[in-house]
Design a protein around this ligand. Structure first.
Ligand code: UN1
Length: 512
């Protein structure tokens, strides 16, 4: 191991148990259950989570409906108070919950904490929103009439989340759904049930402090695919919000559509950045490094394709290759580590398969090899891979959930934008330039086709104030800020006649 590769200092299992107990998670939910939970830091089994069955899902939905029927009558600003209290619990337990994210998902300390901060931020946002669930008033064509629209709670919301943001994604959905008057049912990733149990414990504390929240307002369903399927197929759950792979989203989206439910899909990304000749290369280098290598390449917003103008290619890429070669990899709890482990063996195998395909196509690969395998044969640490490749072959168009950055050379902005948009995914994107025309073209109708388009920052690390999500195979859903709340409510258009006459719209007469 070289100096930039760091070993674990302390046992993981004991620490997991300690944090779970500190957060008030009952032993019965994680000690003797049927689902082994591994920490990617060492690969060891750290807990056995208790699991729900498909029958339990049906029962949970019964309870969720009863909770919804009570909750929808609570005034929205009062509902906001519950979310405010949840935010308070998260503030008070940020260190422990952030630590658990590190232990269970392998994120470095600042990213584990950052994820909890993102939860706190969305709670604050939702509290304000609880007084702003605005509808419109609309001019009626008929005398003595008024039109308006009302937004009403819609029902239980099913939330399916992925391992890589094991707690924040729940909060983007749940904080909004709760102020909107909905109940929530959460099916976390099989890989990260412990952080979900901890959040559930914090929610329950907030509910006690609130006093009078209906029982079953927010429920957790730990389990595998059959639990997700039971939730997805339940006609009593009008909204399913699912975050994960395009493969998963296609199944969920189709099943929900078949029963005319609404789905909010936040699926794969294949995010690119364009580097123009006028770019500030120091800034670009830092932006690219965080977006491509951060979270060990396991964000849906991770930078996966770099499209570099030939005029700056030879300056930028060798510098980037040096950063790839020297970045600190290892135990994510250690200060100085920037790259923690991949989540599991499957992720590692997927990465190696993609690299083999790129190599076969003639790519020049820097890094990508496994490290620390002798110390932890069951954990998967890799050096991030920088892959110089001539064209956008199939594997480049595919989202491999690992730290691989494909680098493509281009001659000018039109070619760059063409390459940029020529993938099936459409989540996030960015351009590094100091040329106003280039920046604005990238953000315009003929520029990036993604749900998120940035200038002089990478594609990852979005704030909660904006709507989050993307186009094409990313699924089209929007979560978090802006008016994403509307997906958690139903809209009613109301026409009120305050006259003594009954004029019909469009001049229709119908005199009996
Ligand atoms: C995800 O990877 O599922 O923009 C979400 C970001 C984070 C969220 C990522 N705020 O990178």
């Amino acid at each position: 191991a070289t100096k930039d590769i760091r070993k674990a200092q302390q046992p993981v299992t004991e620490e997991v148990a300690h944090v779970l107990r500190t957060l008030g998670v009952p032993d019965s939910s994680w000690r003797n259950g049927t689902r082994p939970v591994r920490s990617p830091i060492t690969g060891e089994v750290v807990a056995h989570a208790a699991e729900a069955s498909a029958r339990d899902v049906a029962h949970a939905v019964d309870r969720s409906i009863a909770a919804f029927e009570a909750w929808r009558t609570v005034p929205a600003p009062r509902r906001g108070e519950l979310v405010r209290l949840l935010g308070e619990e998260l503030r008070a337990h940020k260190a422990e919950l952030g630590r658990l994210v590190t232990l269970e998902a392998g994120k470095i300390v600042s990213e584990g904490l950052g994820e909890v901060q993102e939860m706190i931020d969305i709670c604050d946002f939702a509290v304000g929103l609880s007084r702003q669930l605005y509808g419109l008033t609309i001019a009626s064509e008929r005398p003595g009439h008024r039109m308006m629209e009302s937004w009403h709670p819609v029902g239980p919301v099913g939330i399916i989340t992925a391992f890589n943001f094991p707690v924040a994604v729940w909060s983007w959905n749940a904080a909004l759904a709760l102020v909107c008057g909905d109940s929530v049912l959460w099916k976390p990733s099989e890989k990260t049930p412990l952080t979900a149990l901890a959040v559930q414990a914090l929610f329950e504390r907030a509910a006690v402090a609130f006093g009078g929240a209906p029982e079953g307002l927010s429920q957790l369903l730990v389990g595998g695919a059959e639990v997700g399927a039971a939730l997805t197929d339940d006609t009593r759950v009008p909204v399913i919000s699912a975050t994960g792979s395009t493969r998963m989203g296609r199944i969920v989206g189709e099943r929900v559509a078949r029963r005319f439910g609404r789905s909010i899909l936040e699926l794969g990304g294949n995010n690119a950045a364009i580097v123009c000749p006028s770019a500030d290369l120091d800034l670009a280098l830092r932006g690219i490094a965080f977006a491509a290598m951060g979270t060990a390449g396991q964000r849906c917003t991770t930078l996966r394709r770099l499209i570099v103008n030939e005029g700056v290619y030879e300056t930028l890429i060798p510098r980037l290759a040096r950063a790839y070669g020297s970045v600190g990899i290892g135990d994510p709890r250690e200060a100085g580590t920037l790259i923690g482990p991949l989540i599991d063996a499957t992720a590692y195998e997927g990465m190696q398969k993609a690299l083999a395909e790129a190599r076969a196509a003639g790519a020049r690969i820097h890094g990508g090899e496994r490290v620390l395998a002798a110390e932890w044969p069951d954990a998967y640490y890799v050096r991030p891979a920088l892959v110089e490749i001539d064209s956008q072959i199939d594997i480049v168009k595919h989202e491999t959930f690992a730290p691989i950055l494909y680098v493509l050379r281009c001659a000018g902005l039109p070619e760059a934008i063409k390459l940029h948009n020529a993938v099936p995914q459409g989540l996030s994107s960015s351009i590094f330039t100091n040329d106003l025309r280039e920046a604005e073209t990238f953000l315009s109708a003929e520029g990036s086709d993604c749900g998120i388009a940035n200038v002089n920052i990478g594609p990852s690390g979005a704030e909660i104030g904006g709507a989050f999500g993307g186009e094409k195979e990313t699924g089209g859903g929007r979560e978090s800020g802006s008016d994403a709340w509307k997906a958690y409510m139903r809209r009613a258009t109301n026409t009120i006649n305050y006259s003594r006459a009954l004029p019909l719209a469009q001049g229709v007469s119908f005199d009996i």
